[in-house]
Design a protein around this ligand. Sequence first.
Ligand code: SF4
Length: 158
Amino acid sequence: MLKNILSKESCAQCQLCCIFDKYDIWETPVVSDELYEKIKNEYPETEFIEKNEGGRILKCIPDGELFNCPMLDKSSGCRLGDEKPFDCRIWPYRIMEFGGKRVITIASICPEMYKKPLSELVAELEENGLAEKIWNEANRHPEIVKPYQKGYPILLTE
Ligand code: SF4
């Protein structure tokens, strides 16, 4: 979804957004009902966590002090390919709730995107219809909206 601004090659080499630590484990992607069924069929060993506020996330696999997404194949990347969760397709853009409004933010942990000027990050959202897609997906699946986290620059407010 971000192919205009973020190359597949950079993502395949980096994989930072698929491995979590105790501070960003809350970033584990939310999985839609359809994707849940697909993963259960194709990868029956995968575990999920039901969130109190609705929706479910993939249960990560501990690896030392880190936690790996169970869909990550370290040699070839995400095993879900283009069917990865919406959260992952827009990462490092994030949709959050801030002061009663939905906002689109950016995760500073993405080295490729975070070095770009904020104006370019906002333009990508506005000019290619990406913001519209994010708001619409959040209307259908409010569980993808995360509480605002300090340190995430706000790029757009609804
Ligand atoms: S679902 Fe795929 S893209 Fe998303 S965190 Fe897991 S391995 Fe990474």
